[in-house]
Design a protein around this ligand. Structure first.
Ligand code: B12
Ligand code: SF4
Ligand code: SF4
Length: 348
């Protein structure tokens, strides 16, 4: 049996193509389910799981510079495919080395959990436990490297691996930023929470509940109307969703696009995403209200004692500003180095 440790596993994950990787202990995940009423824990899936290896795959920033959301929707699917392949290859290698290992579905939900709105594991919470980021105002996980523009998956293994420590500093700038709230077309961003039903109208235009509602109407409709319905845009949307998942989820990328966390934002998005067309005085006022409520220490569901663990218990301490300064410094050094090389080479 090959002796494997956390450093080896992480190196292999990166070699296989993962952008970020971290490790969470199954015991910790079992002790801290995101929503204890419906515990999304490894022990519910396998009693033998010791560690969860969490992979992050970034969504290339270029897709967020387009005139419509369509390129992001397509690239989301490619990112998920790549992530699944990387996870599968790593699981296979660990099993070949003698450690039973398998991958969980990154996008499926559990029919028995909160009307199928919860995954078997919450991969965002896995990411926080594995030290890869913290939850933002819109409860996406924000990684310091790529902000929320990532997908995540979990590999469950019986191999005991040294876990990473969660970040205690809040990565999200918080209420004083509120850019995700300003950009949300469905007014779904709560205070470190999300109105899922509202979000789903934009993010899952042709998702399960739309299909269900369509067929309920279809069953009761007279024959002539049935014919019309069968040829409607909805059915085309369902077909596209089945074919390529586009439309069945991941339709709306606005909260991902405008978040100023991550060097990918500084490098490629700061110019294009600076102005937020969806911003209204009402949304700005709501962000301010969230801020006042937090300053005054009012009760906020998303920031209660249980949830604070995943938001970053120390609060925001300027991580994004520090990162931006470092980014600008590195950019200047690159420009100076390029100029120096040009000088050395002399005129053409
Ligand atoms: C179901 C689902 C959805 C559905 C929900 C459907 C429904 N009808 O309920 C909806 C449509 C909302 C959705 C939307 C999106 N999703 Co989605 N989704 C999932 C999925 C499959 C399961 C989520 C889950 O299990 N959550 C578990 C619960 C416990 O978490 P939670 O609901 O956020 O609850 C916490 C807080 O919100 C808070 N809370 C809960 N209830 C309440 C109530 C109040 C009032 C408050 C204040 C707080 C609060 O406490 C909880 C504990 O911390 C995951 C994949 C996975 N397996 O994890 C992807 C996932 C979360 N989605 C993802 C993405 C990218 C999106 C979208 C951006 C769409 C897109 N372009 O793909 C939007 C983002 C919306 C957002 N800001 O959160 C990514 C997130 C990546 C990231 N950076 O975080 C994931 C992780 C997929 C993946 N494999 O990478 N999604
Ligand atoms: S995915 Fe779109 S609708 Fe959902 S929270 Fe983000 S911005 Fe709002
Ligand atoms: S846009 Fe601002 S408030 Fe929203 S998650 Fe990103 S940093 Fe936090």
């Amino acid at each position: 049996m090959v002796e494997l440790n956390a450093a080896h596993v992480k190196r292999r994950a990166k070699e296989l193509g993962a952008d970020l990787v971290g490790i969470a202990s199954a015991a910790t995940l079992n002790a801290f389910p995101p929503d204890p009423r419906w515990p999304q824990t490894p022990e519910r899936i396998s009693p033998y799981c010791k560690s969860v290896i969490v992979l992050v795959q970034r969504i290339p920033a270029g897709a967020f510079r387009c005139k419509s959301n369509v390129p992001v929707q397509y690239i989301d699917m490619l990112v998920l495919r790549k992530m699944d392949k990387v996870a599968y290859r790593l699981a296979e290698e660990l099993e070949d080395a003698g450690h039973p290992t398998f991958v969980t579905a990154a996008q499926e939900t559990d029919w028995n959990y909160k009307r199928a709105s919860y995954g078997r594991l919450s991969t965002r919470h896995l990411g926080v436990e594995a030290g890869l980021g913290t939850l933002g105002l819109e409860v996406n996980i924000l990684t310091p490297e790529f902000g929320p523009r990532v997908y995540l998956t979990g590999i469950l293994t019986e191999l005991e691996l040294e876990p990473d420590r969660p970040l205690t500093e809040q990565v999200c700038i918080g209420e004083s930023c509120s850019r995700c709230l300003h950009a949300c077309p469905a007014d779904a961003v709560l205070h470190f929470g999300i109105d899922k039903r509202a979000c789903a109208t934009e993010a899952q235009e042709f998702g399960f509940s739309t299909i269900l509602q369509f067929f309920e109407r279809f069953i009761d409709a007279p024959l002539a109307e049935k014919r019309q319905m069968a040829r409607s845009r909805d059915v085309y949307g369902f077909w596209q969703g089945l074919l390529r998942v586009v439309g069945s989820f991941g339709d709306c990328p606005r909260c991902l696009a405008v978040c100023p966390v991550g060097n990918d934002y500084h490098a490629h998005l700061a110019d294009f995403q600076k102005a937020i067309p969806e911003k209204t005085p009402e949304k700005v006022a709501l962000g301010k209200l969230y801020r006042e409520n937090r300053v005054q220490g009012l009760e906020v569901a998303g920031l209660n004692d249980w949830n604070r663990r995943w938001v970053g218990p120390e609060g925001y301490k300027g991580m994004v500003a520090r990162q931006l300064q470092e980014f600008k410094k590195a950019q200047q050094q690159r420009t100076e180095a390029a100029l120096a090389t040009a000088d050395e080479n002399g005129p053409e």
